[in-house]
Ligand binder design. Structure first.
Ligand code: KIV
Length: 276
């Protein structure tokens, strides 16, 4: 990917850029997006990394978990975002059961995300059990972001979305997994819903950046689901979420205003229709 700045186009963020940002102590901003319009707005606003997360399952498709998402769904969402983006690094989630069976199948899935959707990297959940898979994908030239801590695709194994790795044994396992993912070639790792002290330790011990969600301030970057941080849904309020807008309120008011104008025949007025 070119990082040329000869034109007015902004320098593109690459996987190398985010690793360098860690080295320079510059925090990395990451948000999710699932469609063209949202991708364009957050890219133009200057976000560093866009994740086409399988959280699309919850916020776009209305499923309770991320489990039902298919590779075809993810290719579709990712391709919509990629068409919108000029500058940000675009990462696509590999959905549940598109990479767990064999490394070969995982590579085929990652290849589809890159060739058909145009993402610059893929993200996979898990540690030791997927190390050979990560190596195979990276060896084929596809950058991989890891994801440890709360891994929503395993919700039926955990049975709950509560904070992970609060006990020493699980925390030590997470540190071991993070090092294995780095050795396997991951360029970055998402740490989801783990104690801030543990995330700080992982961040210090790795040379690749950590991106936290509910993992405290010491991570090298932060990620939030765009619908959550914009206040588009009112019923999801975990401790780690900061809402930067009340889009639910803004949209509700606008829609109610429109309904009123239609019913009262105020809309459309003379200037909003064609002559003749
Ligand atoms: O799918 C997703 O949005 C994610 C983030 C929460 C990291 O994996």
């Amino acid at each position: 990917m070119s990082t040329q700045t000869g034109s007015n186009r902004p320098a593109k963020i690459t996987t190398q850029t985010v690793v360098e940002m860690k080295q320079k102590g510059e925090k990395i901003s990451m948000l999710t997006a699932y469609d063209f319009t949202m991708g364009k707005i957050i890219d133009e606003a200057g976000i560093d990394v866009i994740l086409v997360g399988d959280s699309a399952s919850n916020v776009m498709a209305g499923y309770e978990t991320t489990v039902p998402m298919t590779l075809d769904h993810m290719v579709y969402h990712a391709s919509c975002v990629v068409r919108a983006v000029d500058r940000a690094l675009v990462i696509g989630d590999l959905p549940f059961m598109s990479y767990q069976v064999t490394p070969k199948e995982a590579l085929i899935s990652a290849g589809r995300m890159m060739k058909e959707a145009g993402v610059h990297a893929v993200k996979l959940e898990g540690g030791k059990p997927i190390i050979d898979t990560v190596k195979k994908i990276v060896d084929a030239g596809i950058p991989v972001m890891g994801h440890l801590g709360l891994t929503p695709q395993s919700i039926y194994k955990f049975g709950t979305y509560k904070v992970r790795a609060q006990e020493d044994e699980e925390a030590e396992g997470l540190i071991r997994d993070a090092k294995l993912l780095e050795e396997a070639g991951c360029f970055s790792i998402v740490l989801e819903k783990i104690p801030a002290k543990l995330a700080a330790k992982v961040t210090e011990e790795l040379s690749i950046p950590t991106i936290g969600i509910g993992a405290g301030s010491e991570c090298d970057g932060q990620v939030l689901v765009i619908h959550d941080m914009l206040g588009m849904n009112k019923d999801f309020s975990p401790r780690f979420l900061r809402r930067y807008a009340d889009i639910h309120g803004v949209m509700t008011e606008a829609v109610q205003h429109y309904i009123k104008d239609v019913k009262s025949k105020d809309f459309p007025n003379k200037d909003e229709q064609y002559g003749g």
